[in-house]
Design a protein around this ligand. Structure first.
Ligand SMILES: [Fe+2]
Ligand SMILES: [Fe+2]
Length: 190
């Protein structure tokens, strides 16, 4: 899978200008992905083939949350308790179909694409951030998030025709490129 909009390095240069705000936003994002996996389990308890994987990803995202929290502490700060709406996720959610099966497929595809975008941007952050410890963290993290991309698509393909999933992924990738390219730059992952 390939993103249809490539984030320019200038985006990362801008984002790290306020690395503390970036870390706050990122901590929040990791916690949300862990929550999202758990809410999929709660909503679809009968889809037993994917529950183990969802638990596993949730654990890994929670670990990322812990690691970002540690970086926030290392920088001498605490969680600021500010939960900003994520305009990226909002933009992607608007494409979700309402039929229950289609909705399930779309959620998994969006999860996968969001992992891909996250991974792309973590790598860029690692290249420009002016702190060796943070740079190392983001370089490692980008590799770990790469693994989640395939996990979510594999889950979708357990329940839906592979070609259907690929076709839908293309459509959502188009939307994701539009959303990503149009959002104003902030010290945040999106
Ligand atoms: Fe993560
Ligand atoms: Fe992830």
């Amino acid at each position: 899978m390939e993103l249809k909009y490539k984030t320019p390095i200038e985006w990362a240069e801008n984002a790290v200008k306020d690395i503390d705000s970036f870390l706050q936003d990122h901590a929040d994002a990791e916690r949300k992905v862990a929550n999202m996996c758990l809410s999929l389990i709660a909503k679809y308890p009968n889809r037993t083939e994917i529950i183990d994987d969802l638990i596993q990803i949730s654990v890994e995202e929670l670990l990322h949350f812990k690691q970002v929290y540690q970086l926030i502490r290392y920088r001498g700060h605490q969680l600021n308790g500010v939960f900003q709406k994520d305009p990226y996720i909002k933009g992607l959610m608007s494409i979700i179909r309402s039929d229950s099966d289609e909705l399930f497929m779309d959620r998994l595809i969006i999860a996968s694409i969001a992992e891909l975008r996250g991974s792309e941007r973590f790598k860029l952050i690692s290249q420009v951030v002016n702190d060796a410890k943070i740079a190392k963290f983001y370089n490692n993290l980008h590799l770990q998030e790469l693994e989640h991309i395939d996990s979510f698509i594999k889950m979708a393909k357990i329940y839906f025709d592979s070609n259907e999933v690929d076709k839908r992924t293309e459509i959502i990738l188009e939307r994701e490129a539009k959303v990503s390219s149009e959002l104003p730059w902030r010290s945040a992952i999106h």
